[in-house]
Write a protein of this length. Structure first.
Length: 428
């Protein structure tokens, strides 16, 4: 047995012994109500994390993403990055967690910002997505530093903002400034909640668009004198049902997306708005609708291009324009994200899958996420491919009421992250 292997066993014992510390850190992070939007409590949360890591001797920097969406003196976009340099040159392993959480919504039976501990779980908004994962990464890195092992290379931890609204003031901003690129960083692990035994190598793409059908207003008693935009929209819906949905369902992917239902192209119709609202008296406006809007959320695969996704919808609308008298439309993109997928045999995926086997005694499942997360910015902006998501939370609980994270899962994930980081730092 070599020195590193002996040292690693000590680190694992130490992480187990710090179970209460992982719980306390998770609770403390949950108690900052970092709701986004608007981006509450970012500064105190980032400073809390930065001060803790500075006490460990890490070099801590705060980066405000000035001028990014939502940034203001009231709601500054404050990110924190901490770095520990080992005694010798070597690669850098970076753990990135987002500090922000989504709105609480209805249905909670516990205080969403209380950090209640019950039956081996910590409850609260962000427990699962992803303050529990961040706490596990922090304790993993601290245990490695405290072990006194002469580690080569560097360990970094960042707490970043705005992931839930696209990451522009967080990882995207930092990536544009070289914080997620070589030579500074070589491997990135994002402890998003994908389950403790899964290694997530990427995510599908997103295309959000608005389609508007146009009509002509007329009196509701003589609809034949107008042209109903709502009836035109019903033709769009019918086209989607008959042509688009079957085509999407038939499209299969090499991306191992979980859950199974997301291992194909999908499209949600987020909303349909048409015609005039009812008046205060509750009576409808007696008018033919001259406009109807629909918002769609199309999730696409690594095998599809954004332009093919756009053209597929546009072609169906153009077909309708040819088939249906009076059919006119406008289409407008609201947002897009490219799909991303790391090499499943790359260093960080392999090291983490091996660590899962060592710690949990079972093979890791290699997966992709149905929704996007900050890996897109590390890949597209930072040009760093060796990035995965790995963390303790249960995927299905993210954004739900009574969100929780399992305490033993956090401890196990911290061990996996420590083993993975160690093997990445010391690989030949
Ligand atoms: Zn998340």
């Amino acid at each position: 047995m070599n020195v590193v292997a002996t040292g690693m066993e000590g680190v694992l014992r130490e992480i187990e012994a710090r179970k209460d510390e992982i719980v306390a850190l998770t609770q403390d992070l949950i108690r900052f109500p970092t709701i986004n939007p608007p981006g509450e409590a970012y500064r105190p949360c980032a400073e809390y994390l930065g001060q803790r890591l500075a006490r460990r001797g890490m070099k801590v920097e705060y980066v405000r993403a000035e001028g990014t969406p939502g940034d203001s003196d009231k709601y500054p976009r404050i990110n924190v990055v901490a770095r520990h340099d080992g005694g010798r040159p070597g690669p850098c392993v970076h753990f990135n967690g987002h500090l922000d959480v989504v709105q609480t919504g209805a249905g909670w039976t516990v205080d969403p910002f209380g950090g209640l501990v019950r039956d081996g779980k910590v409850y609260g908004r962000g427990a699962c997505d992803m303050k529990g994962g961040l706490a596990a990464a922090v304790v993993a890195v601290e245990a490695l530093i405290d072990s006194g092992m002469e580690l080569p290379g560097a360990l970094e931890i960042s707490g970043t903002v705005d992931e839930e609204t696209g990451g522009y003031g967080g990882v995207a901003y930092l990536a544009e400034r070289g914080w997620f690129s070589k030579p500074r960083v070589d491997h990135v692990i994002i402890p998003e909640p994908l389950n403790v035994d899964r290694v997530c190598i990427g995510h599908r793409g997103v295309w959000w668009a608005e389609i508007e059908t146009l009509g002509r207003q007329a009196h509701g008693s003589m609809p034949f004198l107008g042209d109903s935009a709502i009836r035109h929209m019903s033709a769009v819906l019918e086209k989607f049902e008959r042509k688009l949905y079957p085509a999407l369902a038939a499209r299969h992917s090499d991306m191992p997306v979980v859950p199974d239902g997301a291992r194909q192209s999908t499209m949600n119709i987020n909303s349909v708005h048409g015609g005039e609202a009812e008046s205060h008296s509750g009576l409808p406006a007696p008018c033919v609708a001259d406009s109807c809007r629909m918002v769609i959320d199309r999730r696409f695969l690594i095998e599809e291009s954004l332009s093919s996704v756009q053209d597929e919808v546009k072609d169906l609308l153009d077909q309708l324009a040819g088939e249906r008298p009076g059919f006119r439309y406008k289409m407008r993109e609201l947002f897009n994200v490219q799909p991303t997928m790391a090499d499943r045999n790359g260093p960080v995926a392999t090291a983490t899958a091996n660590a899962v086997r060592k710690i949990l005694g079972r093979d890791a499942q290699i997966v992709c996420s149905p929704g996007t997360y900050d890996q897109k910015h590390v890949d597209r902006i930072g040009r760093l491919k060796d990035c995965i998501a790995y963390g303790p939370g249960v995927l299905d609980l993210a954004h739900q009421p009574d969100e929780w994270v399992g305490i033993q899962d956090m401890v196990d994930a911290a061990k996996v992250m420590a083993v993975s980081a160690m093997s990445l730092l010391t690989r030949a």
